[in-house]
Write a protein that binds this ligand. Structure first.
Ligand code: BES
Ligand code: MN
Ligand code: ZN
Length: 498
């Protein structure tokens, strides 16, 4: 899918489909009015017939109109003109891309029609790309050709964002949107791949591919080198699995200095399958635990986006990757391990494994003296209970960093909600036999105690934790990875690089 701006009048543009907005209260948008005049009332007639009343979510395709040069005219209901919000905008774009017809290869939107509440024209251009790309995205690389063909995908689309004057800022916004969408789609693809394909070594291969394509530096540590670093906590999780663990370090040296000074560090949970281990999970929906590497996928997707945007900033991505499975070799409840930091951990529940791999990654990443550390993890079911699939959970003791991330989340339309992280919760992690337990004693506030656990490995660091258990993927009939929080993270790095 390609996107570009174009300066042309709506009534004279030559495309397979032109989309114009119709409002419930104000009727025709400015461009709709122009097209209506050129067609001598085609839109007015459609509205008078009752086929298009401007209701949000409605869509009507008109064909072979005289007086205009587009083969199809799409009337898109936008609801009340005063409340075209983020969601209504994305839905309208999606409805248009879906409904414009499989024969459409060129589709134009009149940019001026789509004024989104509290959002800039550049924002709309980026959101256009996100919504259009999401509509056409499918994870079907593991479907056979025959069953892939059942889906009517249409032709490759070229989308034009029509403006009155040449606008280089909008052109740039479309390019940004593309880079972010490329990152989101990488994260979705990796998330959706099953655990028998997307293994720790597969993730390492993906990092190597990115490095080759975007001139990044990559290091992949195997079990021997992980052991040499004394990552006893990480290694305790991988013990029950026959898949070799991988510790992936991917560097984007955008600031151009040899020293790789003060990078932003992104640490992603890369559990390629989480059965719970000896503390085995129940069977229902266990397949969804292939999504337990979505934090890792978000790190790779964000770095891809940043590299494409050529941001002048250093970023390091760190991904501890392994499976969490039961076996005769697996870690048992009650086992005590020593983390890379030297602190000992009593593993009371082998299903609380994300924190066990992340704590060693957090210790490791400090060797880069990062300007900020952000870890991203499908860490707790408790976070899903607290926030559902709307907001990612944001935990940080650093007020400035938390504010920065929240504003990036808002700007990107990829929301996060601040959660508490005070010392009062720490006592739940007491162990009689080790420095700490890996689960909270009381069993409540599970998302917070998990964050508290991680906080013990980042003393005196600018650090934030994103729990994406509810936002990284969806279950049910629309099952699939969402690519979140790649937009949030990319926006955060973008604003740091600015
Ligand atoms: N990967 C899960 C968290 C999860 C649960 C993500 C549901 C998405 C949906 C994590 O490893 C886990 O199992 N956490 C446990 C922690 C508990 C044992 C303290 C949980 O949330 O139940
Ligand atoms: Mn688990
Ligand atoms: Zn997990």
């Amino acid at each position: 899918m390609e996107f570009s701006t174009k300066t042309a009048a709506p009534e004279s543009i030559q495309v397979d489909c032109l989309a114009v907005g119709v409002f419930e209260d104000k009727g025709m948008s400015p461009s709709a009015r122009r097209v209506d005049r050129a067609t001598q009332g085609a839109i007015r007639a459609a509205m008078a017939s009752g086929d298009m009343k401007g209701k949000r979510g409605t869509f009507l395709l008109l064909r072979s109109l005289r007086g205009v040069r587009c083969a199809r005219l799409a009337l898109v209901g936008l609801g009340k003109s005063t409340d075209l919000g983020d969601k209504a905008f994305s839905e309208a774009v999606a409805a248009t891309v879906r409904g414009c017809g499989a024969g459409v290869a060129t589709l134009a939107f009149a940019a001026g029609d789509w004024k989104v509440l509290d959002r800039s024209p550049s924002w709309a251009a980026r959101a256009l790309v996100a919504a259009a790309r999401a509509t056409r995205f499918h994870s079907d690389e593991l479907k056979t050709k025959a069953s892939r063909g059942e889906r009517q995908n249409g032709k490759p689309l070229r989308i034009f964002w029509l403006t009155e004057q040449r606008d280089r800022e909008l052109q740039g916004a479309l390019r940004q949107g593309q880079a972010i969408a490329n990152g989101v789609e990488l994260a979705k693809r990796l998330g959706n791949l099953p655990a028998n394909v997307c293994t720790p070594e597969f993730l390492a291969g993906q990092a190597r591919n990115l490095a080759r394509e975007w001139r990044l530096r990559v290091q992949v540590l195997d079990r021997r080198r992980i052991a040499a670093l004394r990552m006893g906590s990480f290694l305790s999780v991988t013990r029950g699995s026959d898949q070799a663990p991988r510790f992936i370090v991917l560097r984007y040296p955008g600031a151009g200095d040899r020293a790789f000074a003060r990078p932003i560090a992104l640490v992603g949970k890369g559990i390629t399958f989480d059965s719970g281990g000896i503390s085995l999970k129940p069977g229902a929906q266990m397949d969804e635990m292939k999504f337990d590497m979505c934090g890792a996928a978000a790190v790779l997707g964000t770095i891809r986006a940043i590299a494409e945007l050529k941001l002048r900033i250093n970023v390091v991505g760190v991904v501890p990757a392994c499976e969490n499975l039961p076996s005769g070799h697996a870690t048992k409840p009650g086992d005590i391990v020593t983390s890379m930091s030297g602190q000992t951990i009593e593993i009371l529940n082998t299903d609380a494994e994300g924190r066990l791999i992340l704590c060693d990654a957090l210790t490791y990443v400090q060797r880069f003296h990062p300007a900020a550390i952000i870890d991203i993890a499908t860490l707790t079911g408790a976070c899903v209970v607290a926030l559902g699939n709307v907001h990612s959970g944001l935990f940080s003791k650093d007020e400035a960093l938390a504010a920065e991330l929240l504003s990036a989340a808002k700007a990107a339309g990829d929301s996060a909600w601040r959660m508490p992280l005070d010392e009062d919760y720490q006592e739940q992690l007491k162990s009689n036999f080790a420095d700490m337990a890996n689960i909270g004693l009381a069993g409540n506030a599970g998302a917070v105690t998990a964050a508290c656990f991680l906080s013990r490995f980042v003393k005196d660091q600018r650090w934030a934790h994103l729990d994406i258990a509810g936002t990284a993927y969806r279950g049910g009939p629309a099952k699939g990875a969402t690519g979140r929080p790649v937009p949030l993270l990319t926006e955060f790095v973008l604003s740091r690089a600015a």
